[in-house]
Design a protein around this ligand. Structure first.
Ligand SMILES: [Zn+2]
Length: 372
């Protein structure tokens, strides 16, 4: 086999690209290259088995479709105790954790709680006499992060009390007489912009409605469970990386999807802890972004050092070593694995008789064209 052919097939998959698009690009450029079926043969026979061996996960359960439950099973199987678990506010998860992990501390990811509340604030700000509420949206979200970040021991009551001063602060009242734990805002004397804010008038519709919103019992309960230290943003980042390797609009075979998710994990593990990049003269680099969720507002992010792709070169080396050593063994390995391939979801659907289905489609089409 020409070296370049296997190299091309491996590289397309390792970079998370689509074979159809990449090969079409070469065709348009009039560059002679392999066909799509050759690509699939290479992947199936040599690249996929190498990646699966490379990941050494062939004996554990295949995919974490059941998410939380299976992930926890894996952790328990390794005889690890879970001291803290951080999730979104999914009710089913919460109930399951309460029953099955009674000794673990369950925290909520702040972003998820904040996102839910911000949506409600946006909705309220559209109502009559409540427009000013929108001005406070970002402050409300910031305050939520602050409540958790300044309570490193995760004391739920303390976080709640810090939270409860928020509606008062928005009405330019900075003392909470009814609180024993947190009586006074921590900001001291307000100056400049912080003083000239669009304070809500006590008793006004906007103030009353916003206070109702932020003191709802369910929200207060969530606040008491906010994660003070760790958040799930890294997991969200992994999910969006998965989408790069396994785009939702493309159908993959079971093992095609499996290996692409393995690649996503390899990329993630190699790049998760990148340092902040520095400029030529050694200063840390930052970038200003305009996330959609901030409606024209900006956020400042650290710029990380460039991603590395060591896993691509090491996998390619392994593909070639395996092919030269015993290409038949790789094929056999894959064939043995395929015995365990679960049936596709469509397999449980009753298939119509092909000819009948087509005939009925044609006659329906003819009928409708007569009517029109
Ligand atoms: Zn205040």
């Amino acid at each position: 086999m020409p070296v370049g052919n296997l190299l091309l097939s491996s590289s397309i998959l390792l970079t998370g690209n689509s074979a159809a698009k990449t090969l079409r690009m070469f065709n348009i450029m009039n560059v002679a290259c392999i066909s799509e079926s050759t690509y699939y043969r290479h992947i199936k026979s040599y690249v996929n088995p190498t990646i699966i061996q490379h990941n050494e996960v062939r004996n554990s359960s295949w995919m974490e479709h059941e998410g939380l439950k299976r992930a926890i099973q894996v952790v328990s199987n390794a005889r690890l105790q879970i001291a803290e678990i951080i999730t979104d506010r999914h009710k089913q998860n919460t109930a399951w954790i309460r029953t099955n992990l009674p000794d673990s501390r369950h925290y909520f990811d702040i972003w998820h709680v904040s996102k839910g509340l911000c949506k409600k604030i946006d909705k309220l700000a559209k109502k009559k006499e409540c427009e000013d509420v929108g001005e406070w949206r970002q402050s409300v979200s910031n305050h939520m992060y602050w409540c958790a970040a300044t309570t490193p021991d995760g004391n739920g009551r303390m976080m709640q009390e810090k939270w409860k001063i928020l509606p008062l602060h928005i009405q330019n009242i900075h003392v909470n007489q009814s609180s024993e734990l947190y009586k006074e805002c921590g900001h001291g004397e307000l100056e400049g912009e912080a003083r000239d804010r669009l304070w809500l008038q006590p008793g006004s519709t906007a103030a009353v409605k916003l206070e109702e919103l932020v003191t709802k019992p369910q929200l207060l309960k969530d606040i008491s469970q906010l994660s003070p230290k760790y958040q799930t943003s890294a997991l969200e980042a992994k999910h969006s990386l998965d989408l790069h390797f396994v785009p939702k609009h493309t159908a993959f075979s079971y093992w095609g999807m499996y290996t692409r998710l393995c690649l996503s994990a390899l990329h993630y593990n190699e790049n998760a802890d990148r340092m902040q990049a520095v400029t030529v003269d050694g200063r840390p680099r930052y970038a200003i972004r305009f996330p959609k969720a901030k409606h024209g507002g900006y956020s400042v992010r650290e710029v990380k050092t460039k991603a590395t792709y060591g896993y691509c070169s090491s996998t390619i080396t392994k593909v070639f070593a395996g092919y030269e050593d015993n290409s038949r063994a790789l094929k056999t390995y894959m064939l043995n694995l395929q015995v365990n391939t679960p049936p596709p979801l469509a397999a449980s659907i009753e298939r119509p008789n092909r000819e009948e289905a087509i005939n009925s489609f044609i006659s329906r089409y003819n009928r409708s064209s007569l009517v029109n």
